[in-house]
Design a protein around this ligand. Structure first.
Ligand code: ADP
Ligand code: MG
Length: 294
């Protein structure tokens, strides 16, 4: 497009809460055919609340379990971490991140750390393999449907689990509707479980065309590569686990306020306000600007 048209569009985008990192992103944005969204922290607020926390071991005091888990989680920036820390505090359990060693993050799976001489793994079903299980052990308790489930392993022993609930951001369904009316196919790609993914799809009135759950970061990349065969593809995400998919897409859009630093660095466009409605607005703007080509 003409420099003037492009400049005007950039300025408008910036004032409307989008930061476009130069280059030809505006032109690509005008041509987007597929838009994939991460779930946690992107479609949802990423403000989890613990709705259930259960110990599975008679030998471990409940508050001790909460202390271990909240201390290890307090070293993580994943949206589930803050919920666990808050939950601990509601039991008057103060996390002690400085007591945790060997802390490790497994993007799309969970975390691990050593506290009081014990190595503890916390995460989704996949974390069982990290803790050394060949198959995911069957729990004695019932996990809640539609929720994010966190499993806690001490070495080869499942010692507890918890459920987390999150809410969709405002006007996401409306944004998806607008994208659809702009001829854009929408999808959700999440590392969370199938049931939690379908809960969000229900809340959005089944407006997303595709939902893929239980994905690793590299699975998100593979799906983005498939989408790219259909046309220019954008990925919207916030997490460490989204960075490879943001990079693989024709355009990576990252959540500005709450997103991880890596996602912000990787994204071509930063959604400063976390307002998903800005995306269809930006596409309309980009299409207008590219029509001004001489
Ligand atoms: P999404 O793709 O929806 O943003 P993530 O890939 O960030 O989700 O996380 C996938 C799943 O991994 C989460 O739903 C959660 O079950 C688990 N997980 C990731 N990090 C943590 C953590 N710090 N504590 C507990 N569970 C975690
Ligand atoms: Mg996320």
């Amino acid at each position: 497009s003409t420099p003037v048209a492009t400049f005007c569009a950039y300025t408008k985008a910036a004032t409307s809460g989008l930061l476009i990192k130069g280059g030809d992103h505006l032109e690509t944005l005008a041509k987007i055919k597929v838009m994939a969204f991460d779930k946690t922290g992107t479609i949802t607020k990423g403000e989890f609340v613990v709705t259930h926390f259960q110990s599975l071991s008679d030998d471990i005091d409940f508050n001790t379990l909460a202390y271990w888990v909240s201390s290890i989680e307090s070293k993580s920036s994943h949206p589930s971490a803050a919920a666990i820390v808050d939950y601990g505090r509601s039991l008057s359990v103060e996390p002690e991140p400085e007591k945790v060693t060997e802390f490790e993050i497994f993007p799309g799976e969970g975390i691990c750390g050593k506290i009081e001489g014990r190595v503890i793994y916390i995460g989704n079903k996949r974390i069982a393999a990290r803790a050394g299980f060949e198959t995911v052990p069957i729990l004695q308790g019932e996990v809640e449907r539609g929720k994010t489930t966190g499993y806690i392993y001490l070495g080869a022993i499942p010692i507890g689990f918890f459920s987390l609930s999150d809410a969709c951001r405002l006007r996401v369904q409306e944004a998806i509707g607008q994208l659809k009316s702009l001829g854009i196919k929408t999808a959700m790609l999440t590392g969370d479980n199938q049931s939690a993914a379908m809960q969000v799809q229900d809340e959005l009135g089944h407006s997303l065309e595709l939902v893929h759950a239980e994905l690793l970061p590299e699975d998100k990349v593979k799906i983005i590569s498939e989408f790219k065969k259909e046309g220019p593809t954008a990925m919207v995400g916030d997490g460490l686990n989204d960075a490879p998919a943001l990079a693989a897409a024709d355009i990576g859009i990252s959540m500005g306020i709450s997103g991880s630093a890596l996602a912000s660095e990787t994204g071509n466009i930063i959604l400063m306000s976390n307002d998903i409605m800005k995306i269809p607005e930006a596409i309309k703007l980009a299409r207008k600007a590219s029509r001004k080509v001489v």
